[in-house]
Design a protein around this ligand. Structure first.
Ligand code: 13P
Ligand code: SF4
Length: 385
């Protein structure tokens, strides 16, 4: 068994990636919607094309209606890179702002309105933790050449780790291509951090040798001093072609196959995000990224009914944007919003825009240069797929 070195593991894992967090000042806590809209418009007027506001599909109405572009995480980063704006205000979560910083020019500054907008799934596979497990994974697999593939929903340091171990990044739209790229170069894929996207992709490709790796398992957790109950079982990785890091999105895990069956029995077709459980994905009529979900509704015939298996704000936007289609959230009132996305309160948006107009730069997300360079390598590999 490999001797693992302690890396101050628990203390290095963080709930919020950026501890330069600036809280919303008292003056901006209770703005009403009309005042906020006026103030946002005034700040934007003053900034002109020095600023671009990006709104992820999961942001609430009061945010997306102020956005220059609404879209999925990768699409929005590309929009930022294509623009000449000095400031990119990214209404999304930390990993998205990092990705925007990686692909924008050095003279563009990325602002995340609330630093508390940290995706829990990205936090389930921090680079320090993956780095600590790496040697054991290789040994337990019998010395296989493992290629790490990380989902876009991960921090920049994990993207950099993947690049430095011969791997790459993928989105939910090109995960299968990324797996194939990896199998051309190695014996097995370590997929991070979303086990459901990993399993759904392996199912698509007809891969049977899929094993889940619990980062808190057995000796790994013990050597790291993990608190609480520890599973002593280290899975046998000898026949593994795909090793799934045990991360997941709690918003998408909520959907179950009976939600799909009930919606279908009620005359709806179902479109689900590939972060959903494999049973949900297998039962759905359509599967794809948030952009694909938008396309499905845009192309639906008037009068069709679609149930949306993703974060509830996108289901609400689509219902508003396409009144000719009957759009509903897949599990009704039980559907969740994303707690991380919710941290981008419209008061925060007002505050950051007013700060920028006043010549200050609040809540800047800046990836360290060496991480940025490596993460860009992993991203370039994806772009070449
Ligand atoms: P997209 O990459 O489709 O924007 O999805 C991001 C996300 O967080 C899904 O949960
Ligand atoms: Fe992260 Fe899930 Fe929220 Fe997406 S919906 S940002 S994966 S927690």
């Amino acid at each position: 068994m490999v001797e693992l070195q302690s890396v101050g593991f628990e203390s290095e894992l963080s709930l919020f990636k950026y501890d330069t967090l600036e809280q919303l000042p008292e003056s901006h806590r209770d703005l009403d919607e009309a005042a906020r809209s006026r103030r946002i418009a005034a700040a934007r007027e003053e900034l002109g094309d020095r600023v671009i506001v990006l709104g992820h599909n999961y942001q609430r109405r009061e945010i997306v209606e102020h956005a220059d572009f609404i879209g999925d995480s990768y699409e929005l980063s590309k929009r930022a890179a294509e623009s000449d704006a000095e400031y990119v205000v990214f209404a999304g979560v930390t990993f998205m702002a990092e990705s925007a910083d990686i692909i924008t020019d050095d003279d563009q500054t990325v602002i995340l309105p609330s630093m508390e907008a940290s995706c829990p799934m990205a936090g389930m596979a921090e680079a320090v933790q993956v780095d600590s497990a790496w040697e054991m994974l290789v040994e337990e697999s019998g010395g296989k050449d493992i290629i790490p593939v990380t989902y876009m929903n991960s921090y920049a340091d994990l993207k950099a780790f993947c690049a430095s171990h011969g791997g790459l990044i993928c989105t939910s739209s090109n995960a299968a291509d990324a797996f194939e790229w990896a199998f051309e170069r190695g014996d097995a894929v370590l997929f991070l951090p979303d086990k459901h996207l990993g399993r759904n992709t392996a199912d698509d490709l007809g891969i049977d040798g899929v094993v889940e790796w619990d980062p808190w398992a057995g000796d790994v957790a013990e050597s790291m001093g993990a608190a609480g109950e520890v599973d002593p079982e280290i899975p046998d990785l000898g026949d593994a072609e795909v090793i799934l890091w045990d991360g997941y999105c709690q918003v998408h895990e909520r959907f179950r196959v009976d939600h799909v069956e009930e919606a279908q029995a009620d005359g709806a077709k179902v479109v689900a995000h590939p972060e959903c459980r494999p049973s949900v994905v297998a039962a759905a009529d359509e599967v794809g990224s948030t952009s694909h979900i938008c396309d499905v509704i845009e192309n639906a015939d008037p009068g069709e009914t679609w149930a949306i298996g993703t974060e509830v704000h996108l289901a609400r936007h689509l219902a508003r944007w396409h009144p000719e289609v009957d759009v509903r959230p897949l599990c009704g009132d039980a559907c969740m919003d994303c707690n991380a996305m919710r941290q981008v309160d419209p008061n925060y948006l007002t505050w950051v825009l007013e700060e920028l107009a006043a010549g200050r730069e609040p809540n800047v997300v800046e990836v360290a240069p060496e991480e940025k360079e490596l993460a860009a390598v992993a991203l370039d590999r994806m772009l070449e797929l």
